[in-house]
Design a protein around this ligand. Structure first.
Ligand SMILES: [Zn+2]
Ligand SMILES: [Zn+2]
Ligand SMILES: [Zn+2]
Ligand SMILES: [Zn+2]
Ligand SMILES: [Zn+2]
Ligand SMILES: [Zn+2]
Length: 417
């Protein structure tokens, strides 16, 4: 055989997947090829086995597709690159780890920024398609302002919450509720033998208790502490706590009034707390020894520096309560002393010394206003004993009527406390 044999090319696929430079034009490829220099000659050409070239920027693998009969690379062996293998170019990289980031932070997007995240570094809410970056993770909306990350949305109230208040639907793990809604929807009345739903919860709470009693109660087994008047709903209580009001620290009763959510009077306007006279009656109801205005005043004023811990509603209520209470009780004991002296003087004149001697004290229990008139007081008039009550009432009630009319007061006779 003689003559020049046609020089065979070696057809290869050039594998750049372990190589760090992006190759997207022929010039770059040629530069890389030049770096190979004399690394290639001498390599065996085995089918199915790549030639591995080590370069600064990584490894270059040359897969032989067709060597056209050649067994080994010679210095003048021409190569023909018939294809390139490249890593997919990552257009979207996670801001945190630089890996593929298919998700976008919803809040950053609203602000006109694009923050890409991988699934490991995006925060998501269960059953929702939105993703959040670490700065925009929504917070739990529970009442304790826990500031935990929100992880689910309540099916009933539609607010976002953290795991600590999560409850499943009793028969469906795909439906999530916050603890509060769960209890409203599914809890049974805590009264023994009652099978009704316990939608009302006992709201009894002292300043030391982190949460209210919370016993679930049906309408039949719940009680209302009527602090907003007889015709409005009150604060819901269980039987035990209804009975314990009379021996609860008055400051805790005040605390419950301050944090309670009032019913609406009419659209947009909430019922205000009781006036000082009514407030005092509510606190003293069934109490062994009733509190004076001064004692209640003291309790109210000593709460002043705690109120800011109890939320904005409590702060608003407290401002109202301390203002009305201090306005009303200022000078009240002077008025009581004056009235007592006047009552005694009238009895002395009308019914004699014996009658006047029966009176030991006077206490204002209520005050009524009519426009353009002096306030009318209701008073307890305290007596030494029951025995001589008749002296003060007078024949057919004439004596007490005279005193009431001349002083513009209503009198309740009481035995000395
Ligand atoms: Zn990531
Ligand atoms: Zn964000
Ligand atoms: Zn929370
Ligand atoms: Zn809820
Ligand atoms: Zn019940
Ligand atoms: Zn209770």
């Amino acid at each position: 055989m003689s003559g020049e044999q046609p020089i065979s090319t070696v057809d290869i696929i050039c594998d750049l997947r372990q190589f760090q430079t992006d190759v997207d034009n022929i010039g770059t490829m040629q530069e890389i090829w030049q770096q190979l220099g004399d690394q290639i000659p001498g390599h065996q050409l085995l089918p199915g086995q790549p030639l591995t070239m080590h370069l600064q920027k990584g490894n270059l693998l040359l897969w032989v597709v067709d060597a056209h009969g050649l067994k080994q690379v010679e210095p003048d062996t021409p190569f023909r690159i018939i294809d390139l293998l490249r890593s997919p170019k990552l257009l979207y990289r996670c801001r945190v780890c630089d890996e593929y980031g298919p998700l976008r932070c919803t809040e950053c997007e609203k602000a006109g920024r694009e923050t890409r995240l991988c699934s490991a570094h995006a925060h998501t809410i269960k059953n929702e398609l939105k993703a959040y970056c670490v700065e925009h993770i929504p917070r739990c909306e529970c009442r304790s302002s826990c500031n935990e990350k929100a992880t689910f949305r309540c099916r009933r109230c539609h607010k976002l919450y953290g795991d600590h208040v999560h409850r499943y639907h009793p028969h469906d793990n795909n439906v999530d509720y916050c603890q509060l809604c769960y209890r409203i929807l599914f809890e049974r009345c805590s009264h023994p033998d009652c099978r009704n739903l316990g939608r009302s919860k006992c709201a009894f709470q002292t300043r030391e208790m982190k949460d209210p009693c919370g016993k679930p109660l049906c309408a039949e087994h719940s009680y209302q502490w009527k602090i907003w008047g007889a015709h409005n709903r009150g604060v819901t209580l269980c039987e035990h706590h209804k009975n314990s009001l009379r021996c609860t620290d008055p400051a805790d009763l005040l605390f419950m009034m301050l944090i309670a959510k009032a019913p609406f009077v009419h659209r947009g306007k909430l019922h205000s707390l009781p006036n000082p006279f009514r407030l005092r009656r509510i606190i003293n109801r069934n109490r062994m020894s009733g509190l004076s205005f001064d004692q209640i005043s003291y309790a109210i004023n000593s709460m002043g520096n705690q109120v800011s811990n109890w939320g904005r509603r409590a702060e608003g209520n407290y401002r109202f309560l301390s203002k009305t209470f201090n306005e009303t009780t200022r000078g009240l004991s002077n008025t009581e002393e004056t009235l007592l002296a006047q009552v005694k003087a009238i009895y002395q004149n009308a019914s004699g010394w014996d009658a006047a001697q029966q009176i030991t004290g006077l206490e204002i229990t209520d005050r009524f206003f009519k426009p353009g008139q002096q306030p009318r007081y209701r008073v307890n008039l305290y007596l030494v004993s029951n025995a001589n009550k008749g002296l003060l009432i007078g024949r057919g009630g004439s004596a007490i009527k005279q005193v009431s009319q001349s002083l513009n007061i209503e009198i309740d006779l009481r035995i000395n406390p």
